[in-house]
Design a protein around this ligand. Sequence first.
Ligand code: SF4
Length: 474
Amino acid sequence: MLDPAQSPEFRARALTALANKNQSAAVARATSTISDRRDLALEEVPEWQEWRERARLIKAHVLENLDTYLEQFESNAKRRGVTVHWARNAQEAIDLIFDIGKRAGSGAIVKAKSMATEEIGLNHALEAKGWEPLETDLGERILQLDGQMPSHIVAPALHLSRDDVADIFVRELGVDRTNDPSELTAIARRVLRTSFAKAALGISGANFGVAETGSILVLENEGNIRLSTSLPKIHISLMGIEKLVPRFEDLALYLRLLPRSGTGQRLTVYQSMITGVDPSQEGPEEMHIVLLDNGRSGLLAQPDDRQTLQCIRCGACQNVCPVYRAVGGHAYGAVYGGPIGAILTPHLSDGPQAAELPYASSLCAACRDVCPVKIDIPKSLLRLRAKAVKDGHRGRLEKVGFRAWARTMERQGRYERAMRSGRMFQGVVLSDGAAGKVARSPMTPLKAWMTERAPRRLAKKSFRELWKEGLIDG
Ligand code: SF4
């Protein structure tokens, strides 16, 4: 992950995360527990690969016809009493939500877990206007109390231990210390239930939207999304434009695919299907769906990388990624961490992460193997790296080095001469002598590379030489 061409902020975040042993342990424990559960859940499904392929095909088809499906979704949702809004970027989405929310009056604002709202920085924007949105997902609530952002797509507070949570509750809620998970949950529930009762505005995301009915589906395990979307007078759902499936029956596949891949569950505990609003019945008087673009149509226009929009936010790629497992989500400096974040964030923001995040990967391809919609993350990472080089975001020395390496690899004779020289000089460079010290000194660009890696010595003789000498049996 560390690379001399990365910004000091990027390196500092990675080093801080690596030095935080408690956090590393919590992330490693949680990600391996979830991955083990996922493996067990998949053993029950011999047709898993067929599910993946179908899920990929449906999503790819939607992306190819997104304009049609979006219009279909909008008209069906409107027919059922929903007001549909379009937001080109984060600011437009925030303004829309603020304008709708003003009509809700003075009651509480309850928020369900939603990565899209994190993406647009909704909480900060509303707080800046004097509002007090209350996160109702337990993990999100803990992070809100502590002023942190989520570190994982599915389990936002997975980097915290139960002792960390106990400390936060004592400090922020003034309760007696306990690190018992049931007691901690009960404390959070007491506060949240009161807010639900007083809620005037509920804000949620959406896991899927259905074009043929205008419905949205939200999945969860705690029940707070159901309360946030049904008790308040106004419900606003913020949904990325890529979240659609064509038909209601398509949901049957994703309902089984997402929980198995995300948490190893056969199904999530709650599946809330919301199709329109009827003010004469119980439930919200108004429902609004804000369709968020925020860089997605730009990505859609890139056929090679469009597959990134197939993501169903299950978090499986984060759980298996060796880089994510070592540093956790905050080191990425973006809302979406881990492999999916490394290929998605560069399309959603022009910030410095755009060029840096694709390098936060070992390219081991474990993410591709677990992805339930078969996104080829390593291929996208390589394309984004190539773009970073083309846009001049990498050091000149690195460019020169790789060009020289490419020229060397082009001809057998050049390669063999380079290996012979390497064998001759490696002793001095890797030694503790003067040359070795120079190689590791802060003045050399090799220093960062040398401090993070233990270079392997070249063998005294190459395989070809040994073969020619008859020392290897044919
Ligand atoms: S890229 Fe694939 S594995 Fe990663 S979160 Fe998205 S759907 Fe899940």
